[in-house]
Design a protein around this ligand. Structure first.
Ligand code: APR
Length: 350
């Protein structure tokens, strides 16, 4: 998954470079700056002294010293003055210049804190989309594993309204496993007491289910004749054939699709060349979102990968909410999934 949101202490991240939210002197401070200097040891400050400071929006690199990371990329975020003092452009420049410097250092992985959202007062809900948009733009043209590190219990700034809507949808639809078992226990008790009425109950339930389950196949007046040939061909296509067919139908290139799905190239190539390759469910969902599939098309793609929507999975319900409302911003979906501590969409080659 080229862009991952993780809850961690950035000084613990085992990546090629971690980014420090520094100040223009580069001589250390509080917050993540202080944490990085403490963990790296005195050698970091000695090297920083020789850098002669850093302008806001720019980035400079040092070694990582005692940190697990090979490099520290120091960048200086804008102080928040209300948003009309060039803050958004400067914040985007911090992410862009840090990524470019990491690429120049041949880094394959990098971890960012939420720059400027602490001491510098940048509102998280405004800083987050700038961070994810700038990182995503870079990843459309480059291969790198990027982590956005949320520190401690700090909430990710998902809009409260969206968060509440999704939570309400989960509450209305989540069917925990035990509810089905309760139904089974009720039916078992019925069989124990009176097999006849239990039989009648099951027959009535079966009629109900079969009524709902059988799609009404009578063509609507004036509806186009079903293309049985095409439908038959689609019935026996596998997941990867359906994925490639949908990419063509949407007029996308393979790269546009897997990058939009937050899936890395290696995994996409596996799916493409290994017949019957079975991706994870989050990966199937990620492609459904990237292709902006309908709920029915998503169901079909899940089935071809051997899965189905399940209301005993909160992740499935969250995806059902977004796809039903035709909301296909994968980063926004991942921010909500992150908030519910659920697996994120996309995938890295395992
Ligand atoms: N790991 C990851 N993130 C962290 C950590 C950590 N160990 N410590 C703090 N953070 C998060 C904060 O929760 C915040 O979301 O980093 C984000 C940035 O907060 P600050 O560190 O305060 O950085 P910033 O807002 O950019 O202000 C920079 O603060 O520390 C001084 O010298 C620094 O003057 C500079 C100013």
């Amino acid at each position: 998954m080229p862009l991952q949101i993780v809850r961690n202490d950035i000084t613990k991240m085992r990546v090629d470079a971690i980014v420090n939210a520094a100040n223009r002197s580069l001589l250390g401070g509080g917050g993540v700056d202080g944490a990085i200097h403490r963990a790296a040891g005195p050698g970091l400050l000695t090297e920083c002294r020789a850098l002669g400071g850093c302008e806001t929006g720019q980035a400079k690199a040092t070694r990582g010293y005692n940190l697990p990371a090979r490099y520290v990329i120091h960048t200086v975020g804008p102080v928040w003055h209300g948003g009309s003092d060039g803050e958004p452009e400067l914040l985007a420049a911090c992410y862009r210049n840090s990524l470019r410097l990491a690429r120049a250092l041949k880094c394959e992985s990098i971890a960012f804190p939420m720059i400027s959202t602490g001491v510098y007062g940048y509102p998280k809900e405004l800083a987050l989309p700038i961070a994810t948009r700038t990182i995503t733009e870079f990843l459309m043209e480059n291969e790198m594993q990027v982590y956005l590190v949320v520190f401690g219990a700090g909430a990710l700034a998902v809009s409260l309204k969206l968060f509440d809507n999704v939570r309400q949808y989960i509450d209305e639809n989540y069917v925990a496993e035990h509810v089905d078992r309760r139904e089974d226990r009720r039916r078992e008790a019925l069989w124990q007491r009176d097999g006849e009425s239990a039989l009648r109950y099951d027959q009535q339930l079966a009629e109900e289910m079969s009524f709902n389950a059988m799609p009404d196949l009578t063509p609507l007046p004036g509806a186009a004749k079903p293309d049985w040939e095409k439908m038959l061909k689609q019935t026996d296509e596998g997941f990867s054939q359906m994925l490639l067919r949908k990419i063509d139908e949407k007029g996308m290139t393979d790269a546009q699709c897997y990058k939009k799905a937050n899936v890395d190239r290696k995994l996409f190539n596996k799916i493409k060349i290994i017949p019957g390759y079975r991706p994870s469910k989050p990966t199937v969902f990620a492609f459904a979102v990237a292709l902006e599939l309908s709920l029915d098309e998503t169901r079909e793609m899940l089935e071809k990968a051997g899965y189905s929507f399940s209301h005993s999975s909160k992740m499935d319900i969250v995806l059902e909410y977004f796809i039903m409302n035709r909301m296909y911003n994968l980063l926004e979906i991942n921010e909500v999934l992150f908030q519910f501590d659920l697996p994120l969409l996309g995938s890295a080659a395992c």
